[in-house]
Design a protein around this ligand. Structure first.
Ligand SMILES: NC(=O)c1ccc[n+]([C@@H]2O[C@H](COP(=O)([O-])OP(=O)(O)OC[C@H]3O[C@@H](n4cnc5c(N)ncnc54)[C@H](O)[C@@H]3O)[C@@H](O)[C@H]2O)c1
Length: 335
């Protein structure tokens, strides 16, 4: 329901560029997603759903008071049926790394430690989301997003399911490379592929600064590649844990990432970013550079990789297939 009484219809009309986005989960991440969606002017209507309705209502009300300075958007709290007509639904419910005990840098399981608990929540909730928001693209934000996207795809009964995957990791990669090289992150092209988790693959062979290969930039400055790799990977791999140690939850970066992905989908932009989608080749959801449009991933691109990176991607896929098997998703081995 609208936070405040509405006289007349909500802006826009469903099916005519209404741009309705659902955010399921109004915790730290869901609130940050709704905030970023509001600031970017992505949607005309944002519906927040949480098991604690009061929380969703409070977040929607809080954002509503800033919305007149952003764009024309109506924010509401709601229940699952209120997601009807949404074109994109972000799913952010579940335990986070802090409450789920996934903040140990030496734990090879990493975010996969949250899988069993969050899979239980997804089994119950995704059918309700899919029944209400029939044509929507579902964007899985909850950790670990890749196996949960596989579960959500089966529970929803369609393929319009993405995981935020390694888009955020890739931005962290760009930001730390840019800091190391003292350049604008916008000039750095760099990607992380595979799992949003400990088996992720840094594609060092593809790093460019305004088209110039990293090796050339480093050698022109007399810098060591090994030192750069070690320092940047350490920062990026544990970026979430460092944030949680200072502020309980990693939320703002993923909020902007989720809003930007929603925008690419709603506007049928054909943006190309590393995002998690089911891969026939790997038999599981994992991140590869993907062309995003109104129905989700339109096409996946396979960048050239070194033999080592290729092996890393195979290992990442195997890790995710094992995780899927653990929750009964039973991803088939690739043919
Ligand atoms: N994909 C990424 O890159 C990324 C980044 C940061 C966090 N995350 C993940 O996002 C998730 C949410 O994190 P958070 O910090 O917002 O947690 P949080 O505890 O602040 O919020 C979770 C919300 O989910 C709601 N919820 C829980 N179970 C529910 C259910 N069954 N039905 C409806 N609502 C329910 C809770 O009421 C709460 O409001 C975690 O899994 C976290 O690890 C993912």
């Amino acid at each position: 329901m609208p936070i405040f009484p509405v006289c007349g219809a909500l802006p826009g009309s469903p099916g005519e560029g209404h741009m309705k986005v659902g955010v399921v989960g109004a915790g730290a991440v869901g609130s940050a997603c709704a905030f970023a969606l509001t600031l970017r002017g992505v949607a005309r209507e944002i519906v927040l759903v949480d098991r604690t309705r009061k929380r969703a209502r409070a977040v929607a009300a809080d954002l509503s008071y800033g919305a007149p300075l952003t764009g024309r958007v109506v924010l509401r709290d709601g229940d699952y049926p209120d997601l009807a007509g949404a074109e994109v639904v972000l799913i952010t419910v579940g335990v986070n790394e802090k409450t789920g005990g996934a903040t140990d840098r030496s734990d090879p399981q990493g975010r996969l430690r949250l899988l069993d608990t969050n899979a239980g929540i997804y089994r119950e909730l995704v059918p309700k989301v899919a029944a209400a928001a029939r044509g929507a693209v579902l964007l899985v934000v909850t950790d670990p997003p890749d196996p949960l996207a596989d579960l959500a795809r089966l529970a929803a009964g369609h393929h319009r399911v993405l995981s935020t995957g390694t888009f955020l990791d890739s931005l962290r990669f760009r930001v730390h490379l840019a800091a190391a090289l003292d350049v604008d992150p916008a000039a750095v092209e760099a990607q992380i592929l595979g799992e949003h988790g400990t088996s992720e693959v840094f594609v060092w062979s593809g790093v460019r600064v305004a088209g110039v290969p990293l090796a050339d930039v480093l050698s022109a400055r007399g810098l060591s590649r090994a030192a750069c790799v070690e320092a940047v990977e350490r920062e990026v791999r544990y970026a979430n844990i460092a944030i949680i140690e200072g502020n309980q939850a990693s939320q703002y970066g993923i909020g902007v990432v989720s809003a930007r992905l929603s925008e690419m989908i709603l506007r049928d932009e054909h943006g190309v970013v590393p995002v998690g989608a089911y891969s026939e080749r790997f038999g599981v959801t994992l991140s590869l550079p993907s062309i995003l449009g109104r129905q989700g991933v339109k096409e996946v691109l396979h960048p050239p990789l070194t033999a080592e990176e290729e092996q890393g991607l195979e290992r990442s896929a195997a890790t995710l297939r094992e995780a899927g098997a653990r929750i009964g998703v039973g991803a088939a081995a690739p043919g």
